[in-house]
Design a protein around this ligand. Structure first.
Ligand SMILES: [Zn+2]
Ligand SMILES: [Zn+2]
Length: 260
């Protein structure tokens, strides 16, 4: 008699394990994206060719912006690239040039080409959390020590970036915490601006003619729908003018790595 019960249990388990394939279609659509090289090639300022290998895209950059900045003062690029702060950054109330100056790095991103929703959330760390179209790094919503950015914002230049402090370990690495004005001015406020380390794309602050706010997005600072680059739909982050600007509680997917 016991053997019959076991056989019955086995048949029931078999039935459920087969039928669950159909139920998981919805999850598979979201996790079935493979981003083509042509989309990564929108990143136009790199130090070597972008390539894909074993499920990862490799993007190498020196992190030096292709736009002018007051932070090129006293650097090797000063003659061509220095431009005094021009008063146009709407987030800056009283511009304060920080003591750091732009330097070139050797920043190597290894990012999954099939980004997937993570089962366990990974928080972003200090330092680079993503890459923008001009090869400049994105940082998260915090200043050093996990403090809010509020005091640092006055050191953002007219393109909304600034260099990190220190001589080593990222010293002088220029980065954006918020909308890169140079890119949204040249490419549009509603287009692809870069990628976070987990492989999900970053879009500008405007969608369907409306400027988004953090409240329009989920806790990671994104949502899913189709875009011109991804007609079948994809999860993506948006830059917003209000905190946390780019990412909230951590990566939506499993992050790749960045090294220098
Ligand atoms: Zn910063
Ligand atoms: Zn969107």
């Amino acid at each position: 008699m016991k053997n019959y019960n076991l056989l019955f249990l086995f048949v029931v388990l078999l039935f459920y394990s087969c039928s669950s394939d159909e139920d998981s279609d919805e999850i598979l659509v979201e996790n079935n994206i493979e981003i083509p090289l042509s989309i990564y090639q929108k990143i136009y300022k790199t130090t070597s060719e972008i390539y894909i290998e074993d499920g990862f895209v490799y993007i190498n950059t020196d992190g030096v912006p292709d736009h002018k900045s007051p932070y090129f003062l006293d650097t090797e690029w000063e003659n061509e690239m220095y431009e005094a702060y021009d008063g146009t950054n709407p987030f800056v109330t009283s511009f304060n040039l920080n003591p750091n100056r732009i330097s070139a790095g050797n920043i190597r991103f290894k990012i999954p080409v099939s980004p997937k929703k993570a089962q366990i959330i990974t928080e972003t760390s200090m330092g680079p959390i993503g890459v923008s179209l001009n090869g400049v790094t994105f940082y998260n919503q915090y200043a050093g020590g996990g403090a809010p950015l509020s005091n640092e914002i006055n050191s953002f230049d007219q393109y909304n970036g600034h260099p990190a402090p220190g001589r080593n370990g990222g010293g002088g690495r220029y980065h954006y915490h918020m909308e890169p004005f140079w890119l949204t001015k040249n490419h549009g406020k509603n287009t692809l601006i870069g990628f976070l380390l987990d492989g999900f794309p970053i879009y500008g602050p405007v969608e369907n003619g409306q400027e988004l706010k953090s409240a329009d997005l989920d806790d990671h600072h994104g949502h899913s729908h189709s875009t011109s680059d991804f007609p079948d739909g994809i999860y993506h982050y948006h830059l917003t003018p209000d905190a946390p600007y780019l990412n909230g509680i951590g990566y939506y997917g499993v992050p790749g790595t960045v090294s220098e």
